[in-house]
Design a protein around this ligand. Structure first.
Ligand code: THU
Length: 135
């Protein structure tokens, strides 16, 4: 599927979006029927992907972004520099919890790519999470 180039999307942006779309195929979302996929690249150049994984208890659901981030961190990667998110049926803006988790492992100027209406929207993390909680 083609993705339009907007807001100076780079070749890397598009490659990450494609990885996110592939990861979305593994979404386990029988309750919401809202598949989500994410792909991130670390400072060392490694790519990790994730999908949303729902649970009958609802509250135990894990979002696609956090699946990808936790996979990266559990493999020893602590610096994420870009994350791409796609959703099958709607806008892929990350939830507040995922934004906060991003802020733990990304700098405020790192990039969050969100697919909206088949277009890539490109944000700095700080734009979508101003005044992030920090200790
Ligand atoms: N979801 C994500 O995977 N990422 C987000 O940032 C927002 C929500 C998932 C969780 C749930 O499986 C479904 O989307 C509907 O909320």
């Amino acid at each position: 599927m083609d993705i339009k180039l907007i807001n100076k999307a780079t070749a890397e942006d598009i490659a990450l979006m494609k990885e996110a779309r592939k990861a979305m195929k593994n979404s386990y979302s029988p309750y919401s029927k809202f598949p989500v996929g994410a792909a991130l690249i670390t400072d060392s150049g490694k790519i990790f992907t994730g999908c949303n994984i729902e649970n009958a208890s609802y509250g135990a659901t894990n979002c696609a972004e956090r699946t990808a981030i936790f996979k990266a961190v559990s493999e020893g990667e602590r610096k994420i520099r870009k994350i791409a998110i796609v959703a099958k049926k709607g806008d892929a803006y990350p939830c507040g919890v995922c934004r906060q988790v991003m802020s733990e492992f990304m700098d405020k100027n790192d990039i969050v790519l969100v697919e909206v209406n088949k277009e890539i929207k490109r944000f700095r993390l700080e734009e979508i999470l101003p005044f992030a909680f920090e200790l």
